[in-house]
Ligand binder design. Structure first.
Ligand SMILES: NC(=O)c1ccc[n+]([C@@H]2O[C@H](COP(=O)([O-])OP(=O)(O)OC[C@H]3O[C@@H](n4cnc5c(N)ncnc54)[C@H](OP(=O)(O)O)[C@@H]3O)[C@@H](O)[C@H]2O)c1
Length: 393
């Protein structure tokens, strides 16, 4: 008996994870039907995706972009075009979308992720910023609406697989980090980092924001907070280890001293596809990891002096409340300014640290509380930018 293809909505369809998601659809057209797409801008890439997949609904991050897109597509293919944050939320809860890939970058992904979970959807979660900013509220939306989160980050997908079907609680979760482009760089070399050298990631091809986060190791910091809420673990049970080969995607340690790890070639196609086909495992068409050739696996602790973002993320993780929302928002401002050439590499942790230090931790009860903390942090971080021309930390 053949089953109907599952309706899929892809939020962040024009991005790196969005494209990898649509590759899975191309590989298995009998399994998926794209019913919704969402992106930030009304560009050529989105237009070509609409032509190719003929979704029922397209959401754009702003009404202005939606108007631009409507002028182009309004009368064609009967596609409904919606704009602004509510428009993107409508795509996330579109009636025919049983599975939602949440792959918008940054805090803009929070409300659509919550909306999809509250509407009972299976959500492939790439947008780690939503769990970072509002972990307990995201979990509550899933519990009340019957939605289910399947991690897409390769580290969390690895832990999810190591924990599957196990009763015993883990002692610690170990997130592996490639170390990024500056793993072996001196502090002086990092101080001179340009946008170009920072975006030259040795292992992963990703969007610009997460690539900068990988260079500062803020990405690993955000992933610690993501793991705290995804796997309901205490902050001190979540650890980071540098593993340059990016073959062990993460590990789980148990009380008897055993470790379970998930290994594979470093390619996002694997966790993205697994989130979409879970619990099925099917071919990706990729060359598998070969164990018939010599293979070294190195592990070493991260250097807190050169990667202060990791310490800042741990401070926010331990503080709880809205501290992680503030960390995340300040980091988005800092990374945006770095990519625009306005500040230096070490100004990123300096800006985040100053913003976090000036914040009084509150206990957010609603998404509006999170949005208020996020706005406060953005305003505060932006006000510090003029003082940051000299890279110092
Ligand atoms: N890339 C990876 O390998 C990877 C791995 C693990 C986790 N992640 C996580 O996945 C998320 C996406 O990363 P990425 O690398 O795919 O980013 P990316 O390539 O920069 O793509 C971001 C996507 O978000 C869309 N977008 C931005 N602002 C929006 C808004 N306000 N409303 C609607 N859509 C908006 C963009 O649309 P436009 O193109 O139109 O601006 C684009 O489609 C991030 O949270 C990242 O941390 C990524």
């Amino acid at each position: 008996m053949t089953s109907e293809p599952r309706g899929l909505a892809v939020l962040g369809a024009t991005g790196s994870v969005g494209s990898t998601t649509l590759d899975v659809v191309d590989r298995y057209p009998e399994r998926f039907r794209v019913v919704g797409l969402a992106a930030g801008r009304a560009g050529e890439r989105l237009a070509s995706l609409v032509e190719r997949y003929r979704p029922e609904v397209v959401g754009l991050g702003s009404r202005r972009e939606a108007d631009r897109f409507s002028k182009r597509f309004g009368a064609r293919h009967g596609v409904r075009i919606v704009g602004g944050p509510e428009g993107v939320e409508a795509v996330a809860c579109w009636p025919g979308a049983e599975t939602v890939m949440s792959a918008i970058v940054g805090a803009a992904g929070l409300r659509p992720t919550v909306a999809a979970l509250a509407a009972g959807r299976v959500v492939g979660l790439a947008n780690k910023e939503s769990l970072v900013a509002a972990g307990p509220l995201v979990a509550k939306a899933a519990a009340s609406g019957g939605g289910r989160l399947i991690p897409v980050d390769s580290e969390h997908a690895a832990i999810h697989q190591c924990l599957a079907g196990r009763e015993e609680p883990p002692r610690r979760l170990w997130l592996t980090a490639s170390g990024g482009p500056f793993r072996t760089a001196t502090r002086e070399e990092m101080r001179e980092a340009t946008v170009e050298t920072t975006l030259r990631h040795p292992t992963w091809r990703m969007g610009p924001k997460i690539t900068v986060d990988s260079a500062t190791l803020m990405n690993k910091g955000l992933e610690m907070i993501e793991a705290r809420w995804l796997f309901d673990q205490a902050p001190d049970a979540i650890r980071v280890v540098v593993h340059p080969q990016s073959i062990v995607h993460s590990l789980v340690e148990f009380d008897d001293g055993s470790f379970l790890a998930q290994l594979g070639a470093p390619h996002m196609a694997v966790p993205v596809q697994y989130a979409l086909t879970w619990p099925d495992r099917i071919g990706t068409g990729l060359e598998p990891l070969s164990l018939e050739e010599a293979l070294s696996l190195d592990f070493h602790p991260p250097d807190p002096e050169r990667f202060p973002c990791l310490r800042l993320a741990r401070t926010a993780l331990e503080a709880g409340g809205d501290a992680a929302a503030v960390l995340n928002a300040a980091n988005e401002v800092a990374v945006g300014a770095f990519l625009a050439g306005e500040i230096g590499f070490f100004d990123i942790p300096a800006l985040v640290g100053e913003t976090l230090g000036a914040h009084e931790v509150g206990e957010p009860g609603t998404l509006d509380d999170i949005v208020r903390a996020d706005r406060w942090a953005r305003t505060r971080a932006a006000s510090l930018l003029p003082r940051m021309e000299v890279a110092a930390c």
